[in-house]
Design a protein around this ligand. Structure first.
Ligand SMILES: C[S@@+](CC[C@H](N)C(=O)[O-])C[C@H]1O[C@@H](n2cnc3c(N)ncnc32)[C@H](O)[C@@H]1O
Length: 180
């Protein structure tokens, strides 16, 4: 009986990971080097809302929480294993991470109208769907940070390249409004 339960759990966890891989990207954590570049290249004000779309184990959000305890940091994750790890990190962090919210939700179905900063580390095959969504939802002064692959047909306002690390591309919400 225990083996059967374990097998069912494994199938559920594996299926959610496979779904995430097909939906937007498999779980691949952002490394410390890229997180450090990210932290050095943005300024987040008190009460600003930051989304990590596909937050994995929450590494970016928890690093941001240490630096910006008054920002609202929200992560959407659809793969069960990284979601549970992120949730455990939040619980273990206790008061340190009260401004971090980890939500088991499909990123494509969440409203991003109140976002001040959006962080994206997904496969570029997901960009078309994502850009359509951002175009209709983001505020003109929202900052969109994309890791690894630049967004097509949009000019980055800033690019952070660090040796042996993935590049970070910065965009403004206003640019999405000009897209045809
Ligand atoms: C490349 S990882 C990035 C993880 C994290 N943002 C980081 O930088 O460490 C992409 C994440 O997106 C998640 N994901 C893929 N499709 C998703 C969807 N439709 N909704 C929510 N999360 C999704 C995956 O499970 C994976 O954890």
């Amino acid at each position: 009986m225990i083996l059967q339960i374990l097998f069912v759990l494994f199938v559920i966890i594996f299926s959610s990971a496979a779904y995430a891989g097909f939906s937007a990207a498999p779980w691949l954590p952002t490394r410390k080097k890229e997180i450090s570049t990210l932290l050095n290249s943005i300024q987040i004000k008190n009460n600003e809302i930051v989304y990590d779309l596909g937050c994995g184990t929450g590494s970016i959000l928890f690093a941001l929480a240490n630096k910006y305890p008054n920002a609202q940091l929200i992560g959407y994750e659809i793969s069960i294993l990284p979601f549970l790890i992120a949730l455990s990190r939040k619980v273990v962090g206790g008061k340190k991470y009260t401004n971090v919210s980890i939500r088991f939700k499909n990123l494509f179905k969440q409203n991003l109208r109140d976002a001040d900063v959006i962080i994206i580390f997904l496969l570029n095959s997901a960009y078309k769907k994502l850009i359509n969504k951002l175009q209709s939802e983001v505020k003109i002064d929202c900052t969109i940070i994309v890791e690894a692959w630049p967004l097509p047909n949009l000019k980055a306002t800033k690019i952070e390249k660090t040796e042996n690390a993935l590049s970070l591309y910065f965009y403004q919400g206003s640019e999405f409004k000009n897209l045809v």
